[in-house]
Design a protein around this ligand. Structure first.
Ligand SMILES: Cc1cc2nc3c(=O)[nH]c(=O)nc-3n(C[C@H](O)[C@H](O)[C@H](O)COP(=O)(O)OP(=O)(O)OC[C@H]3O[C@@H](n4cnc5c(N)ncnc54)[C@H](O)[C@@H]3O)c2cc1C
Length: 310
């Protein structure tokens, strides 16, 4: 990342959290969000899965919404996720979902239990019932300890073939976290990291983050674990392909994951080459937080917003 890109990302993420900006951009509604979001309903998301399946691409559903602070919306979100899984199963597909623990009650104590734990258990149990999979997304750094603690418990209860989580390459702690999970033979998604984090906890330099990303993927694969290589960075994707060939890593031990609406040409190209490719498909009404992180990742996407606003 050039210094400009770095500064751009910091400014974009700070501006996005300003209430006036949020109000103005939110008002433009779907016209802006549609590029990155499949629709408001689970049915829209299922249509997207079916469309992508025609190109050999799998789906990973994400109900939009995050950082809720009271039990009612947390429980509502949980119900919507469970219903989406039922609908995916009824459509003859295997549910694969990503969940944000902050959207289902993480940190809210109810009857001596963490509501996020309770709701995550319900979701993973339902996935297991359908032979499906749930990924615990990783959010901002204060949530990492609790997310990894819950992930360990869920793997022990439901098995590593039904639940995975995410590690963010930009955090200084992540190499150590990855090693500490090895005993679980975990299914991990490796990402660069999407939140505005201080220097004390996260690397700020693009080259440093990219190097950490490669190291994490290579170590995880060499430890014999399943890896979700989640990036749009074609240089990293081609390096992982090279690493796989050079080290005799079977194609069945990893997959490429990209976001819905981003580099779909690359997604199709990878699938055509016989790689497992999964598109992260957001749906729902709470699109603002997700959308602003996508804008912050890429200056060119601002033009898209400005055109929409004008
Ligand atoms: C499947 C998936 C799941 C994720 N889950 C999480 C998570 O749980 N927690 C978390 O913190 N982050 C998550 N992320 C986001 C991630 O941390 C990065 O912020 C995001 O992927 C951008 O980084 P990059 O690896 O694509 O590389 P970058 O270095 O940002 O980009 C590399 C190239 O990809 C293209 N590109 C990147 N972003 C865009 C865009 N928005 N629009 C168009 N082109 C683009 C550009 O050509 C760019 O040069 C996830 C990402 C993916 C793909």
């Amino acid at each position: 990342m050039s210094q400009f890109d770095q500064l751009y990302r910091q400014v974009a993420l700070s501006v996005a959290t300003h209430p006036v900006v949020e109000k103005v951009v939110s008002k433009q509604g779907w016209a802006l969000a549609q590029r990155f979001v499949s629709g408001e309903s689970a049915e829209d998301a299922i249509e997207a899965i079916k469309r992508l399946e025609q190109s050999g691409i799998l789906g990973n559903l994400d109900l939009l919404g995050e950082f809720v602070t009271t039990p009612e919306p947390a429980n509502q979100n949980t119900e919507l996720i469970l219903q989406a899984m039922d609908k995916v199963h009824a459509a003859g597909l295997t549910p694969y979902n990503s969940i944000k623990l902050s959207s289902i009650g993480q940190g809210q104590q109810i009857g001596g239990q963490d509501l996020g734990d309770v709701n995550a258990r319900r979701i993973v149990a339902r996935a297991k019932q359908y032979g499906g999979f749930v990924n615990l997304d990783m959010e901002d750094h204060p949530r990492v300890d609790e997310t990894l603690r819950l992930f360990r418990e869920l793997v022990q209860e439901f098995g590593n073939q039904h639940v995975g989580t995410v590690l963010q390459a930009y955090l200084h702690r992540t190499e150590e976290d990855r090693r500490s999970l090895d005993d679980l033979k975990p299914n991990l998604r490796i990402v660069k990291g999407a939140y505005l984090e201080p220097e004390s906890v996260a690397m700020q330099d693009k080259a440093e983050i990219d190097a950490a990303y490669r190291r994490l993927v290579y170590e995880h694969l060499q430890a014999g674990n399943y890896c979700n290589v989640a990036t749009h960075d074609h240089n990293i994707i081609y390096d992982v392909m090279h690493f796989e060939l050079a080290h005799g890593i079977p194609k069945s031990q990893f997959e490429f994951q990209l976001l819905y609406g981003i580099r779909e040409d690359l997604q199709r190209e990878l699938a055509a080459q016989g790689y497992t490719v999964r598109s992260y498909i957001p749906f729902g009404k709470e699109w603002y937080g997700y959308y602003s992180r996508r804008i912050a990742e890429r200056p060119k996407n601002v033009l898209f917003v400005l055109r929409g606003l004008i």
